[in-house]
Each structure stands twice: as C-alpha cells, then as structure tokens.
Design a protein around this ligand. Sequence first.
Ligand SMILES: [Zn+2]
Length: 176
Amino acid sequence: MAVKIMIDAGHGGWDNGAQFEGRKEKDDTLSLALAVGRILAENGIDVEYTRTDDIYETPLKKATDANESGADYFVSIHRNSGTIPEQYIGVQTLVYNDSGVAHRMAENINSELASLGFVNIGIEERPNLVVLRRTTMPAVLVEAGFINSNKDNAIFDSQFDAVATAIADGIMQTIG
Ligand SMILES: [Zn+2]
C-alpha cells in the first residue's frame, strides 16, 4: 500500500496568516502545498490535502481529518513572520517533540531548503500547536522563510519550483 501523506496549507479563508506589503501567507502556503503534493504524487505517494482552495478550517478539524484519513505523515506548510520587517530570515521546521521520524524529516527538509540559499534556523519543539499536538502520525510544520523578509521572498518567488522540490525531497528521503 502506498504511503499516504496529508499536506496542510496553513491558514485560509478569513484567516490570512501573516501579511507583508499585500502578500498573504494563506496564498503562499496554498500554492506551495499544492506544488509539494503534486511532486509527491508523481513519485507514487498517496497525497491528500486539508484544503485545495481559499477556505478556512480550524486546526483541530485539519488534525481530525488527517487522523481519519489514515495518513502516515502530516506536513503543514507555513511562512514565518517577525514582529518587524526584515528582522529575521531563514527556514525553520516545527515539531511536537524533537525526536524520531519527525526530527529526521524536519532535518532533511531544512537542509534541502538551505541548499537553495535559505538560512537554516533549525528545528523547534512546539507542543501546543494543535496540528502537531492533535495529529496521531508523525507531523512537521515547515516555515518556508519569512514573509516579511525580502531576501526570503526573493528565494521563494524566483526558485518556487525548487522550493517545492526541496520539501518533497526532504520528505521522501525520510520515508525512503
Ligand atoms: Zn502560519
């Protein structure tokens, strides 16, 4: 049976996520989530999405959908944001508990993204995030650069396909 992965585009609908100069996190997360999912599907992985258009679902609904789908892994896509524009740069992956397969997946995704020029700011444990806490399978939340960093947005936009491939490669290296 094929491995099943639930891909979650962060935010959506009324929840724009972080915003910077008219750019909305919910749009970046959706386009990147769909691109990552397309690559995984091309590689024989059974992909499901928490959303494929601009709608809001609660984090608990997303986690419940993942649990009920029988997904083997949960990958949530976000963009980071600092309090002040240009304050921070880099990619970071959040996990419920920094161990086991989620740790390895986070490490692989971060290092693939760093190869595109993003600064790797590492892995962080976030045990209170609902999509990490309430999912029953290994789960990671990828912060694909800061939305209020022009340097990170330049990588995100000019190398969009490579960013999607990097995340997909990091996932596939882990589940090998
Ligand atoms: Zn977010």
